[in-house]
Design a protein around this ligand. Structure first.
Ligand SMILES: *Cc1c(COP(=O)(O)O)cnc(C)c1O
Length: 219
């Protein structure tokens, strides 16, 4: 696969779903990929990337940002409150807002810094113990709480369980977003982004299908 192939498949999925071309944003997930691969995708003109970890992003992206204008970086992995400031100064979107303590920290820092990245609330649609995210039953209250803190909540994000039909999880996420009046849906990865687009994804997070298998696994 290549960036071009993925872009073509996204366009096709948009058309099949009766959606406008370009309505889905491709976040190229560059976590643990060697710099040469990331550089190659930047040289093809792509500017929207996703990273899982603040530390790794902070090591890798300031250099690329000096070389390439208009990089749009998204944090898609768990965020500890003590890394929140660093994340807010580096990325344009955070997809992993998942608990009141983090929401309060982001709100306080947004006041202090004067801006805030676009935010997505992560929903643990599979109710998995090991996975981050607010439980579906608690989502409405948490969304209201974030709005009460005047956070710029753009939408919801989910990572379906590996062994379940992802479409059920995408549909559930879309339903929670709709009843809360949220437009953004961050869902779909290398194996299922077309299904996610059919169910309304506005942001797909695609890593290995663009860059190849990750060289070293993340623990
Ligand atoms: C790694 C990761 C992805 C990309 O996964 P691929 O299967 O390589 O496309 C998407 N979303 C999140 C949250 C990730 O951690």
């Amino acid at each position: 696969m290549s960036l071009q192939d993925i872009t073509a498949r996204i366009t096709k999925a948009e058309t099949a779903a009766g959606r406008l071309t370009g309505s889905v944003k491709l976040i190229a997930v560059s976590k643990v990929q060697p710099d040469e691969r990331v550089q190659a995708v930047l040289e093809q003109g792509h500017r929207c990337f996703g990273e899982n970890r603040v530390q790794e992003a902070a090591g890798k992206w300031p250099g690329f940002m000096e070389q390439f204008a208009d990089i749009d970086l998204h944090l898609i992995g768990p965020l500890q409150t003590n890394k929140a400031r660093q994340a807010m100064e580096l990325v344009s979107s955070i997809h992993s807002v998942d608990r009141p303590k983090l929401a309060k920290t982001l709100a306080r820092l947004a006041q202090e810094i004067g801006t805030c990245p676009d935010l997505f609330i992560q929903v643990n649609t599979g109710e998995e113990d090991q996975k981050a995210g607010i439980l579906p039953a608690d989502a409405d209250v948490f969304i209201a709480e974030c709005r009460g803190l005047e956070l710029p909540v753009q939408g919801l994000m989910c990572i379906p369980p590996v062994d379940e039909e992802p479409a059920l999880h995408f549909a559930l996420l879309a339903k929670i977003a709709e009843r809360n009046g949220l437009q953004g849906l961050s869902m779909g990865m290398s194996g299922d982004f077309e299904q996610a687009i059919a169910l309304g994804a506005t942001h797909v997070r695609v890593g290995s299908a663009i860059f190849g298998e990750r060289v070293r696994p993340q623990e």
